[in-house]
Design a protein around this ligand. Structure first.
Ligand code: NAP
Ligand code: G3H
Length: 484
């Protein structure tokens, strides 16, 4: 059984230098469930003054951690993965309550994280250096050999979002640790309890005191101070483009990995297999109620097959179960009333500008029913803004060039899908799309997690994915042997 030393009743503490502590200010944040408004627990609101202790603890512990063998670090991460696996039911239950993700998806978030951590522990051993001889460059003969190793960056600040508080936290912490960094981990406030469970998993696995520190507090209060802290050597952030861009201004000259928002387009050509395309689109747009960076957020379909596609999509939407995540509904309450208000704004804007509502536009507090629009046009906000909710706009286009233009006119550049039976055409279009990844005949999605995951334009900076993340959280260090 889990050692619940990180909480006292339902008051959760922060992890500082191997101990679970409360804020000296006595300030706490109440975490209410988006499902029914019940209190899930209280987390500490650490102050800026207290932030210093978390960063200096990480700084002090880093060198000894880096001096451990790679095998020792990898073993601890394997152990953490085993503990997470053992605790999957407990943590999935917390996810259900804290972020209203249904039980099946919560369990799969945890299971996927277990796999991620095991894979990371192994991959860490394979990220190796090289030796370069001078004789390949003119004028140096065989006089020099550069031995290039990978070394850690120091203290990594890991900031994660509410929608995957376990997976998108572990996907920063595990690569950072295996590369020999120490970590200051700031989970999202809504999602903090799930994040603190994860921190306890690492603790129980034997991560030494100070190597992983977990701090809670509102991003708008301690975020800038953390991000600009001189003790931080690298930031791995996932969240909105607005906060990501802000972080890039505050952080100064340190490496950043930013995974931000998206407006992924599914481009459907005339020769697409309409039944399977409809399935992919509905699952891509509506899983976790559309609260995924990689959700399909617009459909660009050739006019000639639009009616057929809509006829295939509608019955699938009508089958989605709407309601409580504990009943394994597909569409569950959004993370907050404000999030639902924003989705509603986009729906109203589309209606006012004469988009055709095919289903939805129904709401109970933060529960927004799945909504599908036809005839969405470029003057509507729904064509460009990320709803982060269960609303899908269909935009009819005359040909693939118009689809490519609309796809690329977006400020975002995370992923796109192309549905076609012509693989040559798929490659041709893929080459023109300004995104990190193009999926052919599949919904947009991140996994498997060792694939590179890249956002361009306002969707991010740098490449995630197990090996890519380890590389981003380490650097080359060259020692040159000068031969006589
Ligand atoms: P968010 O509001 O940007 O928050 C993300 C994290 O940033 C939270 O931990 C938040 O803390 C923290 N934060 C807020 N202000 C900060 C500041 N000034 N300095 C440092 N940290 C600060 O995003 P969200 O609502 O949690 O997540 C949804 C967004 O994330 C969507 O736009 C989605 O597309 C994007 N996302 C992208 C990816 C990807 O891989 N590309 C994956 C998942 C989500 P508090 O919670 O305390 O405010
Ligand atoms: O929300 C962003 C996640 O990284 C998306 O992951 O495509 O596997 O749901 P996913």
């Amino acid at each position: 059984m889990f050692k619940c030393i990180f909480k006292d009743q339902n008051i959760y503490k922060c992890l500082l230098n191997g101990a679970w502590v409360e804020s000296k200010s006595g300030k706490r944040e109440k975490i209410f469930s988006p499902v029914d408004g019940s209190l899930v627990g209280e987390v500490q609101s650490m102050t800026k003054e207290e932030v210093d202790n978390f960063v200096s603890s990480a700084k002090r512990a880093q060198k000894d951690w880096a001096n451990k063998t790679l095998n020792e670090r990898a073993d601890i991460i394997h152990r953490a993965a085993d503990i997470l696996d053992r605790e999957k039911e407990v943590i999935a239950e917390i996810l259900v309550k804290e972020i209203a993700k249904n039980k099946k998806s919560s369990l799969s978030e945890v299971a996927r994280t277990v796999d991620f951590m095991h894979f990371t522990a192994e991959e860490g051993k394979r990220v190796v250096g090289e030796s370069i001889a001078s004789d390949s460059f003119p004028g140096f003969g065989k006089k020099k050999i550069s031995i290039v190793n990978r070394v850690p960056l120091g203290v990594v600040l890991a900031i994660s979002p509410f929608n995957y508080p376990v997976n998108l936290s572990a996907s920063k912490i595990a690569p950072a640790l295996v590369a020999g960094n120490s970590v200051v981990f700031k989970p999202p406030t809504q999602g903090a309890i799930s994040g603190l469970y994860l921190a306890q998993v690492f603790c129980e696995a034997g991560v030494p005191a100070g190597v992983l520190n977990a701090i809670t507090g509102q991003g708008r209060e301690i975020g800038d101070y953390l991000v600009g802290h001189p003790g931080i050597n690298m930031i791995a952030f996932t969240g909105s483009s607005k906060v990501g861009m802000h972080i890039s201004k505050v952080a100064g000259m340190i490496p950043l990995l930013l995974e931000l928002g998206g407006k992924d387009a599914a481009i459907v050509l005339e020769d697409a297999d309409i039944e399977s395309t409809a399935k992919e689109i509905v699952s891509g747009a509506f899983s976790y109620s559309g609260q995924r960076c990689t959700a399909v957020k617009r459909v660009l379909v050739i006019d000639k097959v639009a009616d057929k596609l809509i006829s295939a999509i509608l019955p699938l939407i009508n089958k989605l179960k709407v309601g409580n995540p504990t009943n394994d509904c597909d569409i569950t309450p959004l993370i907050s009333n404000e999030a639902a208000d924003y989705v509603q704004e986009l729906i109203e804007d589309a209606i006012n500008k004469n988009a055709k509502l095919l289903v939805g536009n129904k709401r109970q507090n933060n529960l927004v029913y799945p909504t599908l629009f036809d005839n969405v046009t470029v003057d509507m906000r729904l064509a460009w803004e990320e709803p982060f909710g269960p609303v899908l706009p269909i935009m009819r286009v005359k040909d693939e060039n118009e689809a490519i233009k609309i796809a690329n006119d977006s400020e975002y550049g995370l992923q796109s899908s192309i549905f076609t039976s012509d693989i040559d055409k798929a490659f041709e279009i893929s080459a023109q799309l300004e995104v990190g990844t193009v999926q052919v005949n599949s919904k947009t999605e991140r996994g498997p997690d060792h694939f590179p995951f890249i956002g361009v334009k306002s969707s991010g900076m740098g490449t995630q994915g197990i090996r890519y993340s380890i590389e981003a959280m380490s650097r080359s260090k060259a020692t040159v042997i000068n031969l006589k």
